[in-house]
Design a protein around this ligand. Sequence first.
Ligand SMILES: Cc1cc2nc3c(=O)[nH]c(=O)nc-3n(C[C@H](O)[C@H](O)[C@H](O)COP(=O)(O)OP(=O)(O)OC[C@H]3O[C@@H](n4cnc5c(N)ncnc54)[C@H](O)[C@@H]3O)c2cc1C
Ligand SMILES: *[C@@H]1O[C@H](CO)[C@@H](O)[C@H](O)[C@H]1NC(C)=O
Ligand SMILES: *[C@@H]1O[C@H](CO)[C@@H](O)[C@H](O)[C@H]1NC(C)=O
Ligand SMILES: *[C@@H]1O[C@H](CO)[C@@H](O)[C@H](O)[C@H]1NC(C)=O
Ligand SMILES: *[C@@H]1O[C@H](CO)[C@@H](O)[C@H](O)[C@H]1NC(C)=O
Ligand SMILES: *[C@@H]1O[C@H](CO)[C@@H](O)[C@H](O)[C@H]1NC(C)=O
Ligand SMILES: *[C@@H]1O[C@H](CO)[C@@H](O)[C@H](O)[C@H]1NC(C)=O
Ligand SMILES: *[C@@H]1O[C@H](CO)[C@@H](O)[C@H](O)[C@H]1NC(C)=O
Ligand SMILES: *[C@@H]1O[C@H](CO)[C@@H](O)[C@H](O)[C@H]1NC(C)=O
Length: 531
Amino acid sequence: MENFTNTSKLSLLSIILILFSLFSWQATSDSVHENFLHCLLNHSEPAHPISPAIFTPQNASFSSVLQSYIRNLRFNSTSTPKPFLILTALHESHVQVAVNCAREHGLQMKIRSGGHDYEGLSYVSEVPFFVLDMFNLRAVDVDIESNSAWVQTGAILGEVYYKIAEKSKTHGFPAGVCPTVGVGGHISGGGYGNMMRKYGLTVDNIIDARLVDANGRLLDRKSMGEDLFWAIRGGGGASFGVIIAYKINLVQVPEKVNSFLVRRTLEQNLTEIVDRWQHVAYILPEELFVRLTLDVVNKTVRGNFWGFYLGGSEKLLSIMNKSFPQLGLTQSDCVESSWIESVVFWGGFDSGTSTNILLSRTPALSFLKRKSDYVKKPIPRDGLEGIWKKMIELETTMLTFNPYGGRMAEIAASATAFPHRAGNLWMMQYLVNWNESGSEAANFYLGLIRELYNHMTPFVSKNPRQAFLNYRDIDLGVNHNGNRSYLEGRVYGIKYFKGNFERLVKIKTKVDPDNFFRNEQSIPVLPHQLG
Ligand SMILES: Cc1cc2nc3c(=O)[nH]c(=O)nc-3n(C[C@H](O)[C@H](O)[C@H](O)COP(=O)(O)OP(=O)(O)OC[C@H]3O[C@@H](n4cnc5c(N)ncnc54)[C@H](O)[C@@H]3O)c2cc1C
Ligand SMILES: *[C@@H]1O[C@H](CO)[C@@H](O)[C@H](O)[C@H]1NC(C)=O
Ligand SMILES: *[C@@H]1O[C@H](CO)[C@@H](O)[C@H](O)[C@H]1NC(C)=O
Ligand SMILES: *[C@@H]1O[C@H](CO)[C@@H](O)[C@H](O)[C@H]1NC(C)=O
Ligand SMILES: *[C@@H]1O[C@H](CO)[C@@H](O)[C@H](O)[C@H]1NC(C)=O
Ligand SMILES: *[C@@H]1O[C@H](CO)[C@@H](O)[C@H](O)[C@H]1NC(C)=O
Ligand SMILES: *[C@@H]1O[C@H](CO)[C@@H](O)[C@H](O)[C@H]1NC(C)=O
Ligand SMILES: *[C@@H]1O[C@H](CO)[C@@H](O)[C@H](O)[C@H]1NC(C)=O
Ligand SMILES: *[C@@H]1O[C@H](CO)[C@@H](O)[C@H](O)[C@H]1NC(C)=O
């Protein structure tokens, strides 16, 4: 009895203490947030008022602004940590003010462009934070004469493609397939699409950039220097600065291109076809890209072969007949179109959909998880059969194989921060989508995709097991940005960047020694040398 009373007195006291410290913490953080708000208001240029760009939870549209670029419903729950403020920058100077005020008040900033980060790192954080939202900064200025365009990072890929096609039928840009992906995350993380084998990645087609650094300075390629310019081509922007715009190099596309989608199940010789795909997809002419996606339908595995060819159907059919007859591609499978119409086809829209769809910023959403791997030698047939068995058992997981080779194998691994070049046959993406909310469902589906990933271990790259930064995956490790920051960062860093990791760390240490630009998977600064 006495013990009981003592214990309850003790716990009552500790509850009071905890409540007290919570209140005082709340009070200090409130005043920090208040000071930050004043700092924003006090330092913005009169010509570019910042107040219409500021949203706090007191503003009626705070939640809808936050939600409008959440692209993974896992991070749209009530338990997801929310920012204390969102700044929807309307002018470059707002970005500079945000960086200066956040640094001054020691606040964590998250930068969001299109919001497609698979782990929500652009708008979620475990520590108190605000979001710098870039969606208003989305000008796309195309200059056909110089084969280039300045693209602000709040633009989505669909807009970029649309505006290029408005000016020319024979120019394009090699970037991602999903039109709602944002330029900011996509390009800085090394984006790729169906012209990768011909023209390389987005980062292989960047000629300049405008960036706000940790000191709030607005820099271009010349004033930032080649090291920093190298880092923001594949190293992820969020570790180095706020990228406001990239100058992109346009590429030539023929007036008519061809696309196809051919599906085959296990009953239709899928194993034999995939076996052949593995040996040929990475050495086909570089004008041809054949992506393979695998899903489970009616208790069988289905392979979906998505082809893209920079040329006419006659030539395409003859290449396929010679090199990949197992697929049985026919003339009626070929969809001939302009390049911009092929973008709509690859976006998965029904045939005949207007190219205006590329301007839409509202994709269908689900709960999801993605992972990635690199494959350096073909998976043996019995290996493929084991994978099919596992997929049928798991039912909802999917895979995508994206062939490398061509231009990808010619560019040096150190040319940009993106390291996965020669020696990779293809990149694998793991996918799982679901519609049920709650952590129970999430744990179930996360378990499935991790099981498939574990099953794949014998067939993929090792030491390190490589991964693609833009397929953000926090299973690879996270950084708490404490005094083990470098060691923690190295765990995921060498998977994403291999031999380029140490150079990224050196550049980071030089341009942002106080680690202002940080997140759960940012590039760490070098540990302080002892003595
Ligand atoms: C449906 C879908 C399809 C996809 N298809 C492809 C594809 O075909 N090819 C491909 O390569 N990838 C693809 N991806 C991955 C995509 O490239 C990455 O998720 C990319 O990082 C998204 O960029 P974002 O601006 O939309 O994302 P955000 O979530 O806004 O940002 C992603 C990361 O970049 C940082 N960041 C964003 N903007 C800036 C900026 N202006 N300055 C500095 N840092 C910034 C963020 O802080 C965050 O760390 C796809 C993703 C999805 C969801
Ligand atoms: C902002 O300006 C107001 C008066 O204009 C001043 O009271 C306040 O201290 C300033 N705040 C900051 C953070 O500079
Ligand atoms: C949000 O509320 C604050 C304070 O009332 C106001 O200054 C600001 O302009 C509001 N933001 C918008 C976008 O209306
Ligand atoms: C996100 O959550 C909010 C609040 O629960 C909800 O109103 C909204 O519909 C959700 N968004 C989507 C796309 O489900
Ligand atoms: C599968 O391949 C065999 C021989 O390799 C062939 O006889 C058969 O017609 C093929 N089946 C289909 C559905 O293509
Ligand atoms: C699955 O089987 C059903 C019933 O036979 C059929 O109607 C459906 O088209 C099949 N689905 C696919 C994707 O093949
Ligand atoms: C492939 O080429 C062979 C001969 O070279 C021809 O007989 C066959 O019809 C061609 N197949 C297709 C699908 O074009
Ligand atoms: C989720 O719901 C949508 C809309 O009903 C549907 O098209 C989709 O197939 C569902 N996804 C999954 C994984 O069940
Ligand atoms: C890391 O930080 C902790 C607590 O802040 C401290 O106790 C520890 O000594 C530090 N370790 C090193 C290696 O600096």
